[in-house]
Design a protein around this ligand. Structure first.
Ligand code: TXA
Ligand code: MG
Length: 324
């Protein structure tokens, strides 16, 4: 059995990655499960540790835009503009890959997902490496994404040797994934960068393509209906009347306590009504509330402004599992 250590030793992190091992790394969105992105053997360990299907490709993390674009064969002008504006930061772009990217990263697809993470410790690590880091979120497949080293430990303890501790993730929701088809831009996963911010930057409408239609293989795992779900059944607060007794149920709300639940059973995402603060707390609220072993958890949707849309997307997926 592997002993999992949590620490801030960049050199140790580098040595493990250099020797084809996998470790967890902090980013500004969620913790990642990292391997040398040019080493298929190391990459295969990610899939085993996460119990993730091999058909589900990984994001490559680079130290800067110019090294990222070196692995791309055709760069649309909007991609350059977006990189200038949002990197380092929570924007992932799907672009045609060059031969230098192993098929293990993209599950054989022609396009690779790339981003430059906006987290100081993560960038310091990337700067010591001569390869990009392949990393999905550091949770078991289909479970809640980790926003602290302890969340990683809970799920991957004894599966990985090291968790690089970069504190609590600043954003708390995964990166926005954008792709280019002919002259159009599509968002494949709502995330920390809002649609409005992207449209303002490129002065062009972007389309959202993350609706999962049944019988259609989803493009990205984040698009699977019941992703990001806690073990405890989670429902939309509007369904609370089906419960006879709410004293054994939890409530996750935005900024106001709910009169029908005991106050100690409640988790407010932002008492001051700040949507960015709510995003940062969302997955932690799932982890904390799940550990309470309530009969059910009820949750309300957030205001749709800014990152609110992405939060609501994750809430929707968490409750879908139980409302299906
Ligand atoms: O914020 C984030 O994006 C975090 C941090 C660690 O960077 N990473 C993350 O990775 O959320 P993951 O693997 O949990 O989600 C990445 C999504 C998956 O749904 C995957 O299917 C999709 O991106 N994806 C990656 N490469 C792709 C490709 N070549 N084509 C289509 N979808 C791709
Ligand atoms: Mg994930």
């Amino acid at each position: 059995m592997i002993r999992t250590e949590i620490g801030i030793d960049l050199n140790k992190a580098k040595l493990l990655l250099d020797s084809s091992d996998i470790i967890s790394i902090p980013t500004e969105t969620v913790y990642g499960l990292a391997a040398n992105g040019k080493d298929p053997m190391a990459i295969s360990k990610i899939y085993t540790a996460k119990k993730r299907p091999l058909s589900n490709p990984l994001i490559l993390h680079y130290k800067d835009a110019s090294s990222a674009f070196q692995d791309i064969t055709k760069i649309p002008k909007e991609a350059k503009v977006l990189a200038e504006n949002f990197w380092p930061g929570p924007l992932t772009m799907l672009l045609p890959k060059s031969e230098s990217i192993p098929d293990a990263v993209t599950s054989g697809k022609s396009h690779v997902a790339i981003r430059v993470p906006g987290h100081e410790l993560c960038l310091s690590l990337l700067n010591t490496l001569d390869y990009p880091i392949a990393a999905p979120s550091a949770n078991l497949y289909g479970r809640i994404s980790p926003t602290s080293p302890f969340h990683v430990y809970e799920q991957l303890n004894s599966r990985i040797p090291y968790i690089l501790d970069g504190g609590i993730c600043e954003k708390g929701i995964e990166s926005t994934i954008i792709g280019f088809e002919n002259d159009n831009l599509f968002i494949y996963r709502l995330g920390s960068i809002s649609i409005e911010a992207i449209e303002t930057c490129i002065q062009k409408k972007v389309h959202v393509k993350d609706k999962v239609e049944d019988n259609q293989a989803p493009l990205a795992s984040g698009m699977v209906k019941h992703h990001y779900a806690p073990y405890t059944a989670m429902f939309n607060i509007v369904e609370k009347n089906k419960e006879k007794d709410l004293s054994n149920c939890g409530f996750i709300g935005f900024d106001t306590l709910h009169p029908d639940f005991p106050s100690e059973n409640q988790f407010l995402l932002s008492e001051t009504g700040n949507i960015d603060a709510a995003a940062k707390e969302l997955y932690r609220s799932f982890h904390v509330m799940d550990a309470n072993r309530f009969k059910s958890i009820y949750i309300e949707f957030m205001p749709e402004s800014g990152i609110g849309k992405a939060i609501n997307d994750r809430i929707n997926r968490a409750i879908q599992k139980y409302s299906a």
